[in-house]
Design a protein around this ligand. Structure first.
Ligand code: IMP
Ligand code: MG
Length: 192
């Protein structure tokens, strides 16, 4: 993917933008159509992993022109580091029943694969009719556990990115694009 020059003020903490707001909008619209087609006439039970998938799921769901139910789970793994630490833990689980339902699990980014490869079996234990996964971003080069998502927005290089839901220490989620955080900002002790 070609690097895009940073056109806007207020983005000075980014080294480069790798997915622009326009690219996100266009891809999310297509993904919504792909997902609607893949699920056919079935109602989709979406399980979004918050906080990261919040922005992506909110936009994507409005592009899925099918009946949808929504629930969220919270999984912790990053703890203000740019590299995953330890095993992902489910901190807050689902409240709706997913037995015999067609589930679409949504996350912001597939990195080492540890999160989704831990969460999918937990969801399968609840006897859904099917489970599919969708991620906005995929860093294939970083995989430690073999895992592929059914729907992927963009393949990206092995760089720490923020924006459109992705954070560093809970910051930058509200950037409308996805960019690489300047290295010197990836470790400020005052943000812990
Ligand atoms: P995995 O378990 O290593 O696949 O990582 C998945 C989680 O790590 C994501 O849901 C993100 O919260 C976090 N993560 C991985 N890479 C990045 C990144 O480049 N920026 C921000 N968060 C990331
Ligand atoms: Mg995160």
């Amino acid at each position: 993917m070609p690097a895009i020059k940073i056109p806007l003020p207020g983005f000075e903490d980014l080294d480069e933008i790798i997915v622009s707001e326009t690219m996100i909008k266009r891809r999310v619209r297509r993904l919504g159509a792909e997902i609607a087609a893949a699920f056919g006439g079935e109602e989709i039970t979406v399980v979004a992993i918050i906080n990261g998938a919040l922005f992506f799921a909110a936009d994507l769901l409005r592009e899925i022109r099918r009946p949808v139910r929504l629930d969220c789970i919270r999984v912790s793994s990053y703890r203000n580091e740019t590299r995953a630490v330890g095993k992902p833990e489910i901190v807050h689980s689902m409240t709706i029943d997913i037995a015999n339902r067609h589930v679409l699990l949504i996350d912001d980014i597939l990195d080492t694969g540890k999160t989704l490869s831990a969460v999918v079996p937990l969801i399968k234990k609840l006897n859904p009719a099917s489970v599919k996964t969708c991620v906005l971003l995929d860093k294939k080069g970083r995989r430690e556990v073999d895992f592929d998502a059914d729907f992927v927005g963009f393949q990206i290089p092995d760089k720490f990115v923020v924006g459109y839901g992705l954070d560093f220490a809970e910051r930058y989620r509200n950037l409308p694009c996805i960019g690489v955080l300047k290295p010197h900002l990836q470790n400020p002790p005052e943000w812990r």
